[in-house]
Write a protein that binds this ligand. Structure first.
Ligand SMILES: Cc1ncc(COP(=O)(O)O)c(C=O)c1O
Length: 364
């Protein structure tokens, strides 16, 4: 069986060190927002070249907290892509705001710039591009569109830890180029904990101070609650794991880029379309498009190759949103939902395994 992602193999060498550190934590007992959490926030901020990093309980909360920190009027419009994980939309609704959907780029995974221009209204207060599959959205174009407008830019970086934005002529780390950046640290992400976790980065001191309170029930000092916040704190155990795993993130991202390059160069089948990725994508997923997806799935299953869908439903196609976005169509997002398959992307896939995957695909 060729695994889609093998976290056990990936982290095997770290397990002993992690266990030793957790053993010490048992004595110390600072299980929530402990010393290792502060160290992780410092390390992750440094990794992103960002002044401030605020950890929280998961990526969905990271987005909700970021939106809440802006203090926007009820039902202000927040623009987001129609193809993303449900959390991007849920966070907007949790923050009492209104999601406005935009299609994705043709043969791409990020927000469509032309459609975005059409969706901006006087009520637009935030744009949330999602760096889906690790491919960086066209931030330069978005920044140009919102220049001189009072619109905040919050990027959903849940799938893009370590990616660079190259749309501005120079390489800038994702997490450092917008008002607020939100990361999920769910186990399967490029940087993942062994449970739920998330982190927010910003260069703005006001947002930083606000977010530190919001994630801790509105409080920075025990018993002093200045506002209604969330209970969205990072466990120290997860921070221990993340501090160890962060050391390997760049090398794992490089391996993912190598795998993507191999797929790009060697998948050669007219029935399979490849997607356009940004130059410094970190390939959280490597996604292909096929018209007859069910036949390809059968072939992959017969050849014992694991695969994934990201995602089989666009936002407007989710049961919960069918009514809200009735009669709305987002062509490219729907194509991704219907025709996409994510190929194995474990950083440690061997050349032999990759050759086998490519051979199978080319024989389709
Ligand atoms: C694009 C995107 N946004 C948000 C999230 C939410 O993150 P979490 O699962 O940590 O809440 C995820 C991951 O699940 C995601 O892929």
């Amino acid at each position: 069986m060729i695994k889609f992602l093998d976290l056990y193999q990936q982290d095997k060498k770290l397990h002993k060190k992690i266990i030793n550190k957790i053993n010490k934590l048992f004595k110390k007992g600072d299980f929530i927002l402990g010393k290792e959490v502060k160290i992780f926030e410092k390390n992750f901020g440094k990794f992103c070249n960002t002044k401030y990093a605020i950890s929280c309980a998961n990526g969905t909360d990271a987005l909700t907290l970021a939106l809440k920190s802006l203090n926007l009027p009820y039902n202000s419009e927040v623009i987001m892509p129609a193809m993303t994980y449900c959390s991007t939309a849920f966070s907007i609704i949790e923050a009492n705001l209104k999601p406005v959907l935009v299609d994705t780029e043709e043969l791409g995974s990020t927000i469509n710039i032309e459609d975005l221009k059409k969706k901006i209204t006087k009520k637009t207060k935030v744009i949330i591009p999602v760096h889906l599959y690790g491919s960086v959205a066209n931030l330069k174009a978005i920044k140009k569109i919102i220049k001189n407008k009072k619109i905040f830019l919050i990027d959903d970086c849940a799938q893009a830890h370590g990616a660079y934005d190259d749309t501005d002529n120079y390489k800038k780390k994702i997490g450092s180029t917008t008002d607020i950046s939100c990361f999920s640290l769910y186990p399967g992400k490029n940087l993942g904990a062994y449970g739920d976790a998330g982190i927010i980065t910003t260069n703005n001191l006001n947002f930083y101070n606000k977010l530190r309170k919001l994630r801790n029930l509105g409080s920075e000092k025990k018993f002093i609650h200045d506002e209604v916040g969330l209970n969205s704190r990072l466990d120290t155990i997860q921070a221990i794991i993340l501090n160890e795993k962060l050391k390997n993130l760049s090398s794992h991202n490089k391996k993912r880029q190598k795998i993507a390059k191999f797929y790009n160069q060697n998948i050669n089948n007219k029935k399979i379309s490849k997607l356009n990725y940004s130059k410094y994508s970190v390939y959280h997923q490597y996604v292909i498009l096929v018209n007859n997806r069910n036949s390809l799935i059968k072939l992959l299953e017969n050849n014992k190759i694991q695969y994934g869908f990201h995602y089989p439903y666009a936002i407007h196609q989710l049961n919960v949103f069918k009514k809200r976005f009735k009669n709305k169509r987002y062509k490219n997002a729907e194509i991704l939902a219907r025709n996409s398959i994510s190929l194995p992307i474990d950083p440690n896939l061997s050349k032999k395994e990759l050759n086998y995957i490519v051979k199978t695909l080319n024989e389709f």
